[in-house]
Design a protein around this ligand. Structure first.
Ligand code: TMP
Length: 213
């Protein structure tokens, strides 16, 4: 039987560069003979993608914050049970564009659901399962929102939230990383793409022992 794969999550505010960096890391892993799966939250499984549409489109205040946290965890459970856990069992490395730290930052902190409530939901919906490594791509909100605005898309519900919301998010992600340094690494996402990609590979090499260039 194949050894269990590793679960790596990418976190950060809007326009932090997560999707580009996931693609770059996946290419590096594959070139080194490590099979991997790129996925995202909310989403990554059929039901979870349907829930995603409910969450990322429409009026900013369409959900009561706790309902929104519950929807994210419902999507997450589908994603884990149908996509992530089976892939890890097969030995694949799974790279996820966002995971539960996003619920802690967006709903728990910026939307006021509270950290204890999010921890409780995590225990119920996810259990004793955690990422092997979480890479927090840090960029000032002004930089990230400008980047997010430049790509044409219709998933703008969170991007349209107030400036203070995005400042809260950044502080929340930095706090999460500080409290859990064994799992999390903060990477300066304002640098050139190649420099950020090299920093990502360095963390994966040193923390997970992957043989990467
Ligand atoms: P994306 O823009 O990175 O694809 O993520 C979709 C949006 O969903 C993003 O604005 C952040 C938000 N989000 C939450 O609010 N809570 C969560 O738990 C997750 C996974 C995402």
């Amino acid at each position: 039987m194949a050894a269990r794969g590793r679960f790596i999550t990418f976190e950060g505010g809007e326009g932090a560069g997560k999707s580009t960096q996931i693609r770059r890391l996946a290419e590096a892993l594959r070139a080194s003979g490590i099979a991997c799966l790129e996925t995202r939250e909310p989403g990554g499984a059929p039901g979870a993608e349907e829930i995603r549409t409910l969450l990322v489109t429409g009026a900013t205040h369409r959900w009561e914050p706790m309902s929104e946290a519950l929807l994210h965890f419902a999507a997450r459970r589908e994603h884990l049970a149908r996509t992530v856990w089976p892939a890890l069992e097969r030995g694949l490395w799974v790279l996820s564009d966002r995971f539960a730290d996003s619920t802690m930052a967006y709903q728990g902190r910026a939307q006021g659901v509270g950290e204890d409530a999010v921890r409780t939901l995590y225990r119920v919906a996810v259990g004793e399962f955690f990422p092997d490594l979480t890479l927090v791509l840090d960029v000032p909100p002004a930089v990230g929102l400008k980047r997010a605005d430049e790509r044409r898309h219709d998933e703008t519900r969170y991007e349209r939230m107030a400036a203070s919301f995005h400042e809260n998010l950044r502080a929340a992600f930095l706090d999460i990383a500080k409290r859990d340094p064994a799992r999390c690494a903060v990477i300066d996402g304002t640098r050139e793409l190649d420099a950020v990609a090299a920093a990502v590979r360095a963390e994966v090499r040193t923390r997970l022992g992957a043989k990467l260039p």
